[in-house]
Write a protein that binds this ligand. Structure first.
Ligand code: KIV
Ligand code: ZN
Length: 514
């Protein structure tokens, strides 16, 4: 009988700490519902003390998700723990994750606290969190660079104080697999009360080793892994959920554990997260990249056709590939539309929002005829992107074109603070001309850091999903837009990024000093 490996997803917290990946409350709810469908055990829904918006998002996720435990992050300080405790209150099962740094460099340079003070604070934080829930996780931040004896001391004290999960973060992605596995083994064998808590791995991917380090920890006895969809996360990201889960599932001969994950939901979850955050998935990414199951060279194809296992170690359909089938069409009615959205975990606050989405669906079905789940997700993502609260800019009309031998040009009409304005520009390409025309009207002072287009489904009639990353005075935002016309999608993404630059709240980072 295999032991259960708890899958703790932190896409909505550590994932959101990627520059430009911030999500709205509605987007977080959509992702959380999909994570629940994926059968993730614990969803870290955010850092409630970061801002009122973050608090509300965690609270909303805790209210709608029923099957997964909802976790809120808190530094080891009173306000964070109280906010996390209040935010997870509506959850069927709620957890507080509190942490404090334990490496010499973090204690000295960031916290300016002595080791004794850190132990005392950790114990206090765990006890305070237990006032709100019996399910308390404690992390010694930067454990990967902490001294073993001190780690043992602080963890033993945290377990005595009531921590039920002990998470070991390699915060800066410095460890290598053998070392991280040994660390986990040493902690489990040296700490006298280690059997009173589940030990967990939280690895960052700075050296590209997050999945390997997490697997080494599992081999050494960790029974929870913290991960994110598509490996999203600060800097080079976190352990990719899909890779970790499929490694454990595919190599059952090597691991004494299994997960509850419904692997058939992996691809849909990956696409939802990349659509909402604008972080595209590279084609050669394991499990969820477009080429992950594509056999191009003739010799491989021949082998696969004769006997699948010659070149395939997993079945594409087991992670959700090729289940992409037409779900709605030109003649589908409003109730079919509504019920398919409900199956995808998408609900609208008002009947008017549903009606507006239905109108957009009909427009799309006229252009595209066959509508897939991916189209519906993109349509809803686009809808929420174009409806930011307090938006200053909105696209009214676009006329862009290119003729061989002439400079491409664009004329854009925008709604700016309620006033319609029009400007034209030429550029190196039509997208460039469109962005220049927009800039003539808004004069944003922001710089364009990244621009990418991907198709939502196959075929030239596919919706194009465009992502634009912009930076202004150190703030980074990602804008999204989708449309069957990629120039329109690009204009929408650019405008969405401008609106986000205007409206994004400043929030505190959990790993900055208090
Ligand atoms: O990487 C890290 O150390 C973290 C902690 C907050 C657990 O994300
Ligand atoms: Zn982290």
């Amino acid at each position: 009988m295999k032991q259960q490996l708890v899958i703790f997803d932190t896409t909505l917290r550590d994932g959101e700490q990627s520059p430009g990946a911030s999500m709205t409350k509605d987007e977080k709810i959509r992702i959380a519902r999909q994570l629940e469908k994926l059968k993730v055990d614990v969803i870290e829904a955010g850092f409630p003390a970061a801002s009122q918006g973050d608090f509300e998002s965690v609270h909303a996720v805790a209210s709608v998700v029923k099957d997964s435990t909802i976790c809120g992050l808190a530094r080891a300080v009173e306000n964070d723990i109280v906010r996390a405790g209040e935010a997870i209150k509506p959850a069927n099962s709620g957890r507080i994750h509190t942490f404090i740094a334990t490496s010499p460099i973090h204690m000295e340079m960031k916290l300016r606290m002595s080791p004794d003070e850190v132990v005392e604070r950790a114990v206090w934080a765990v006890k305070r969190a237990r006032d709100f829930t019996d399910n308390v996780e404690f992390s010694p931040e930067d454990a990967g660079r902490s001294e073993l004896d001190f780690l043992c001391r602080v963890i033993e004290a945290a377990i005595d104080a009531g921590a039920t999960t002990i998470n070991i973060p390699d915060t800066v992605g410095y460890n290598i697999p053998e070392q991280f596995g040994d660390l986990m083994h040493n902690l489990l064998t040296k700490i006298p009360n280690s059997d009173k808590a589940i030990f967990s791995a939280h690895c960052h991917n700075d050296l590209g080793l997050a999945v390997a380090n997490s697997l080494a920890a599992v081999k050494a006895g960790a029974r929870q892994v913290e991960c994110t969809i598509n490996g999203l996360g600060e800097r080079a990201g976190n352990t990719a959920l899909e890779e970790l889960v499929m490694a454990v599932r595919t190599r059952q001969d090597a691991f004494a554990v299994d997960t509850r994950i419904n692997t058939r939901e992996i691809l849909a979850t990956s696409r939802l997260v990349s659509g909402i955050t604008g972080f595209a998935v590279q084609p050669n990414k394991a499990i969820v990249g477009a080429n992950a199951f594509a056999h191009e060279s003739g010799i491989h194809q021949d082998g696969v056709l004769k006997h699948r296992e010659t070149y395939e170690i997993m079945r594409a359909e087991d992670v959700g590939w090729s289940t992409n089938k037409m779900v709605l069409g030109k003649h589908s009615g409003r109730s079919a539309f509504r019920s398919r959205l409900e199956e995808l975990g998408i609900e609208f606050d008002t009947e008017q929002e549903l009606n507006e989405a239905f109108v957009r669906f009909k427009e799309l079905a006229d252009l595209k005829h066959e509508i897939y789940d991916e189209d519906l997700q993109a349509l809803v993502t686009d809808n929420s992107a174009q409806r930011l609260e307090n938006e200053r800019y909105r696209l009214v009309a676009l006329n862009a074109g290119t003729t061989t031998g002439d400079a491409p040009n664009a004329e854009v009409t925008l709604w700016v603070d309620g006033v319609e304005k029009t400007a034209s520009a030429s550029g190196g390409g039509v997208v460039d001309a469109t962005f220049k025309a927009i800039e003539k009207m808004v004069n944003s002072g922001a710089s364009l850091e990244l621009y990418s287009v991907s198709n939502v489904t196959n075929g030239t009639d596919s919706l194009g999903e465009t992502s634009v990353r912009m930076e202004k005075a150190g703030r980074i935002v990602n804008g999204q837009g989708s449309d069957t016309d990629i120039i329109t999608a690009s204009a929408k993404a650019y405008i969405n990024a401008l609106n986000k630059l205007e409206s994004t709240q400043q929030k505190s980072h959990p790993q900055a000093s208090v």
